[in-house]
Write a protein that binds this ligand. Sequence first.
Ligand SMILES: [Fe+2]
Length: 418
Amino acid sequence: MIGVESHLREKFIKVRNQSIKLCQPLKPEDYVVQPIVDVSPPKWHLAHTTWFFEQFLLIPNKSGYKVFDDDFSYLFNSYYETVGERVLRPNRGNMTRPGTDEIYKYRKYVDNQMLEFLVRNEINAALSNMLELGFHHEQQHQELLVTDIKFILGHNPLFPEYLTSGKEIPQRSNMDEEYIEVMGGLHSIGHRKNGFHFDNEKGVHNVFLHDFKILNRLITNGEYLEFMENGGYNNFEYWLSEGWEWANGLETNAPMYWHRMDDGWYRFTMHGLKPVIPSAPVTHVSYFEANAFANWKGKRLPTEFEWEAASNGLLEADVNQGNFVENDYLDPIAHQDGNNQMFGDAWEWTSSAYLPYPYYKTAESAIGEYNGKFMINQMVLRGGSCATPKDHIRNTYRNFWHPHLRWQFTGIRLAENI
Ligand SMILES: [Fe+2]
């Protein structure tokens, strides 16, 4: 009979192997660089996710556990003040040592210790929750591995391919705008089911919504190109003041990874430099760009509450058919019938500031630092992307980024009042 522990062991192995798989196409030098402060070296992600299991599972719970290396907590703690001092974020790329081979040894050591722990110990509810947090934490870093690797390769003048045998990206010609009507009234927001969720989704509460309509797909590259060609980046009327200032500092008036060539626009993808596909969703846009596009269209971005209410009815079909990391496209694909692209493809900017829900409580341990302290100056994104593992997403999942950032697979969905 398969018990709870063996289920957790299998999940542990699966999650840990996926991080290794994502790094397999890398050259040794790719593991180390940190081209901008937001992009961490792949080697750092591999070590930090390992440190998380060591710090929060093995040290407090496995009797007689001996840490792999006393210095690693200083090197690979990300932002946990509770745990102690650490290498500051901008300096992660300076660590040429320990070498990547040493990090792989660290992973093996902690994996073996964890598997032994999961065989020998009874896993109570608190331990099981912490393990799940470790899995989802590693999955978050897997998404960052994809987007950070994309940034590293995409800012190399040679535009190296990450995946050489990419599948052909599905396209389509008909991209009508269809809006789904959602009735207003009181809508229940927040995570109420069993199963894993982050603390920032907790605190089920009612939100009053007016009747609204939401687009049944993501905004495409073709539509965004129209905005560009209509002087979208040259008209202050579409932009927030901070956004206008930000846009004026851009090297190219286009989404990140777009390059103008003699025969049209190209974008860097994980399959190298490719012509822009008009029917595929636009990605790598900042909140400022998403908001300006919506203003140009005479529409608006949905609030996170509208997004959650709209996705409730669409959840199952969209999750099951969504374009997630498992598809191996690592690129968003054109809207397909029977799916509203609410899950997978691109994280969708909402017009909601990332704030605590009513009844939000910060956990007392170091884990209290996981989400709550970032609830300032960031916007909520919903739905997951083509770099998100499918079993990592929920319709209550709240992602959050600063409004100028766009190295994640970030896209646009429009809404309007009825
Ligand atoms: Fe982390």
